[in-house]
Write a new protein. Sequence first.
Length: 386
Amino acid sequence: MPSPQIDEAELHELVPATTVGILLRSVTKKYGSFTAVENINLEIPPGSYCCLLGPSGCGKTTTMRMIAGHEDITSGDIYIGDLRVNDLPPTKRSTSMMFQSYALFPHKTVWDNVDFGLKMKGISKAEREHRVSEMLEIVGLSSFARRKPAQLSGGQQQRVALARALVTRPQVLLLDEPLSALDENLRIKTRTELRRLQKQFGMTFIQVTHNHDEAYSLSDQIVVMDHGRIDQVGTPQEIFAKPISQFVARFTGDNNIFMGKVISVVQNGQNYLVQLNVPDLGSFFCQGDYAQVEANAACTIRADRVHLTPLEVASSVTESNHNQVTARIVAIEFTGYITRATLALERTGQEILYKARTSDWMEQPFNEGQVVNVTWAAEDCIFLSH
C-alpha cells in the first residue's frame, strides 16, 4: 500500500475535530442465563491504539459491539468522551466499525462503497466527491475506484473497508479482527499501514484480535480478556515481560509455567524474591510484587530466557536464587531466524520450551534425545498469583 503525501491543510480536514477516549464502568452483558461480559471496568485513552486480546468466546467482540451500539448492555455505563452512550443508536456515537467480513456491497464500485456512508448522512455531492477522492488516495486505491470488490485482492478489499470506515471521520474506529483473512506477508504489511494511519489521523482505534503478535505490534494498550472478564491491561511491553496470571502467560507467548506453593518471600528493592516449592522439582526462585507464604501459586519463565548447557559440562550456576533442572530434548524445530526446542523434564516429564536465535544455536547445537542442564535467573522468572 503506498503512502501518499497529504499536506497539513488536507489532513486537518480529514481528522475529527476532537479526539476522545472510552470509559466502561461495571459493564455486563447477559444472554438469558449466560454472562458474556461480566462487570468490566476499562479506560482507553484518547488517540490510542487499543487491542482487545483473547481466545474465541472470551467476550472481546461483544465488548466492542457494545461500544459501537450494536449490542445493548445489561448493566453498567459506557462513555465516549464525556458522553454517556448507553441509550444512543450506533449512528449517534461518532464511531465507525470495520467488520471482519468487510461487508462490501458486491454490486457497487470501490468509489460507491466508500461513498455510501456519506450519502446516508446527507453529505452534499461535491463534499462527498472531495472526501472519497482523498480517502482513496490515502489507502492507495485511486486507480481502482471503478472496480467492484470481486475484481480486487483480499488486501485491496480490506483497504476499501478501511476507507469506508474512515471517510465519515469518526472519533473512534472499531476493527473486528480486520487481518484474519489475509496471508502472513500481507498481514504484516497491512498492520504496519494500520498503525501508520492511526498515527496520521490521531483518532482512537480499538481492535479485536486473538493474535498476540498482532496486538504487540499495533497497540499502545492491550486488554487481555478471558471468560468475559479482563485479566490484565497494560502496554505491549508490560504484557510481554510481566504477565500477572497463568492465563495471560500461556496465551500471550512462549512461557514455561511451574506450579507450586510459596515458602518464603524476601523484599528485594521494589520487588520481592519469592521462593516456590514445586513438587518433585524443589525450590524455584522468582520475582513478584508480593506473595503470601503458604499460598498456592506459580511462576513463569519465557522460552528465550532459558539457557541450555550439555550435561557433562559443570553448571556455572552458583547463586542460590538461580534455577536449574535437567531435561531431555524431544524435538527441535527450525523456523528460520529462530530455532525452538521442546524438552521433557527428567523428573516429572513436564514439557518446556526453549528458543534461541538460529545463529546462536548453531554455535553449540544440541541433538534430539540429548539430556541437558536447563537454567534461568530469578530476575527473569515472574511470580504468578493466580
